[in-house]
Write a protein that binds this ligand. Structure first.
Ligand code: HPA
Length: 236
């Protein structure tokens, strides 16, 4: 029962909840730092997946790759073929809102996108899709318990990182209220909606399109503890 992109033959090797950072090396970092008795279960295309235990809960952490086509493939296969119930994306984002600071944590309750992913895949005409409300509530409850301040907001899932006109973000921010940009959640939310599963997205601000501040690649890999602790605590 392996898929074209995941070599796992036994559904039982996955937890019911999968945490998905974009970077597979961040999945390795999370497993080594937070999980006990963890085991590497996927290495196809180096898209590392580890299953282990956090406070007795069986959890998988797996890279999604960058962008909607990549997370679209992996999250679809996890939901559809491996009986995964919940996927929580743990990622970085660029701030559109001037009040957001580097390392602030955002729990996305909605994602706006100009991507055709949802329309082409499932005939969904909407350009705004929601995270699963129960999962968002659980992430908020964990954040409150851990006393970590979070912002609940709509984000922009973009297909484009580099653009000719840097100021285009202001139009999206002002028209749709998006506070930050990343490149995956809209496809993840579309897959969850279609397959009747649960999805959410928690993000750490890694750069600001407003102030042009940014963090280094190394800081991005290691400095996102607050977000990870919320996601691990909320995982069912
Ligand atoms: N754009 C898109 N995705 C991102 C960004 C950005 O500026 N920062 C982190 N993820």
């Amino acid at each position: 029962m392996a898929t074209p992109h995941i070599e796992v033959n036994d559904k039982g090797l996955f937890g019911k909840t999968v945490l998905m950072p974009g970077d597979p090396l961040r999945a390795k970092f999370v497993a080594e730092k937070y999980l006990s008795d963890f085991k590497l279960i996927n290495q196809v295309r180096n898209m590392l997946a580890y299953t282990g235990y956090y406070n007795g809960k069986k959890i998988t952490v797996m890279g999604s790759g960058m962008g909607m086509p990549s997370i679209g493939i992996y999250s679809y296969e996890l939901f559809k073929f491996y009986d995964v119930e919940n996927i929580i994306r743990i990622g970085s984002c660029g701030a559109y809102a001037p009040e957001l600071k580097l390392y602030d944590v955002i729990i996305a309750d909605k994602a706006y996108s100009e991507s055709t992913y949802a329309e082409v895949a499932f005939g969904y005409p909407e350009n705004i899709l929601s995270a699963t409300p129960d999962l968002v509530r659980e992430l908020n409850a964990s954040a409150e318990k851990l006393r970590i301040p979070v912002t609940n907001a709509i984000i922009h899932s973009s297909d484009v990182f580099y653009r000719q006109h840097g100021d285009v973000f202001r139009d999206v921010r002002d028209k749709y209220g998006c506070v930050a940009v990343e490149m995956e959640s809209f496809a993840l939310f579309a897959n969850a909606k279609y397959l009747g599963k649960n999805a959410a997205c928690i993000l750490t601000v890694s750069d600001s399109l407003v102030t042009k501040e940014e963090t280094t690649a190394e800081e991005r890999q290691t400095s996102f503890h607050k977000m990870m602790e919320i996601a691990l605590d909320a995982a069912r």
